[in-house]
Design a protein around this ligand. Structure first.
Ligand code: HSE
Length: 404
């Protein structure tokens, strides 16, 4: 029998206990032995909960119990969660987690400890919730030269953008609704500012390159500046707006990575990825483009991915499954050198200056005018040239969105 401990009895922790209970026969069959939750570590007590007798408050009990072979960290954050994970791995216990912040920040180091101690650090649930993207990159696509990964990697922001599009509502209004429904956190900053998406693409890029991609160095923009007016223009052009993470792997080993809202055609794969769903496209040199989709957030989908990691840890007890993510830093390409087209919404009163800055007539697609403003698509240009022109125009530019 495999005995495990769950750190944190919140959404993911309680979801994991539920998955292992409801699918206990499946887990037993796949692991080759029964998987039992021996301890649940939390600061709180849970009177009346069927697992209340497993709840403890002292981590040392778990650390010093030789029966516990797998620890599931569902606490979040990079403080105690990091210390507990490190201590468990150093004690030879495998750790499974959905904590993308911790994986993005300390993944290389924790994987190194797991390798030394012949145990495993697994984090399938940290990217794409229930979508098996980590395992696909680590195993199924392992002989590919991966050229590009693009994804909608955050359920909360995708839900907000979907509702803005469908209801013609403004960002603030939809965020409030999303918070009331429990789809967005009371402090939604990590999601809406794009940091959560950024950590997830950094994890994927680190796994592809085998080097560390520092999420804090990736150019990241969130969705707080997207308005109902932007969606109205997008609709007129048969397009929509999505928060995309993109990562291009260059032949020289450098990486071009970015997180930002993009305007995409209605025909694009990502235009059909709505609500809390996530979508990921991986382009490999032999296989071509592979798409992944599913529930990127939520209790049971996320817990299902953690439970699968638990079973994999049990199956490979005493053996480290190699994972090539080393601490050496990847060189990130200057985002200013990327070339693309942009959508601009600008004040009609400044039309002359705006048209002068971006040229006239060539490569433009103008959109319907209204309310003292106008919108258009620029020709292809470098990010840094575009930024320079926008800065010079100041308040005349009301909104700017990249085109995918
Ligand atoms: N806040 C995250 C999201 C949870 O909305 O995608 C899953 O990582």
């Amino acid at each position: 029998m495999a005995k495990i401990a769950v750190l944190g009895y919140g959404t993911v922790g309680s979801g994991l206990v539920e998955v292992l209970e409801r699918n206990s026969a499946v887990a037993r069959k796949q692991a080759g032995e029964e998987v039992l939750v021996k301890y649940i570590l939390d600061l709180r007590d849970f009177p009346g909960d069927p697992y209340e007798d497993r709840v403890i408050h002292d981590y040392n009990i778990i650390l010093n119990d030789p029966e516990v072979s797998v620890v599931c960290e569902a606490m979040g954050g990079v403080g105690a969660a990091y210390q507990f994970t490190k201590q468990a791995l150093e004690a030879g216990k495998s750790v499974c987690t959905s904590n993308k912040e911790l994986v993005a920040k300390h993944g290389a180091k924790l994987l190194g400890i797991a390798a030394q101690k012949s145990c495993n650090y697994m984090f399938e649930a940290s990217v794409g919730g229930g979508i098996p993207i980590i395992r696909a990159i680590n195993t199924s696509l392992v002989t590919e030269r991966i050229e590009e990964i693009t994804g909608i990697l955050n359920g909360t922001t995708n839900y907000i953008l979907t509702r803005m599009e469908r209801e013609g509502a403004d960002y603030g209004q939809v965020l409030k609704q999303a918070q009331e429904l429990g789809y967005a956190e009371r402090n939604p900053e990590a999601d809406v500012e794009g940091w959560d998406t950024c950590r997830k693409i950094a994890i994927l890029a680190s796994l592809v390159t085998g080097k560390n991609v520092d999420s804090e160095k990736i150019h990241t923009e969130g969705i707080t500046g997207i308005s109902g007016a932007d969606f109205a223009y997008a609709e007129a052009a048969d397009m929509t707006v999505k928060l995309l993470a993109s990562c291009r792997f260059n032949e020289d080993g450098s990486v071009r990575a970015m997180v930002a809202p993009f305007m995409i055609s209605r025909d694009h794969y990502f235009a059909g990825v709505n609500d809390v769903f996530n979508g990921i496209l991986v382009a490999g040199d032999m296989v071509g483009e592979v798409s992944f989709g599913g529930r990127g957030a939520g209790k049971l989908p996320t817990a299902s991915a953690v439970a699968a990691d638990v079973v994999n840890c049990v199956r490979s007890r005493g053996r480290n499954i190699s994972c090539t993510w080393k601490p050496e830093e990847v060189r990130l390409e200057d985002p200013g050198e990327s070339e693309r087209r942009f959508f601009i919404r600008a004040s009609a009163s400044e039309r002359g200056a705006v048209e002068k800055a971006f040229g006239e007539g060539t490569g433009f697609v103008k959109l319907p005018e209204g309310g003292g403003e106008f919108g258009f698509f620029t020709p292809v240009m470098k990010e840094k040239d575009f930024d320079e022109k926008c800065s010079a125009l100041g308040a005349a530019v009301l909104s700017r969105i990249r085109l995918a």
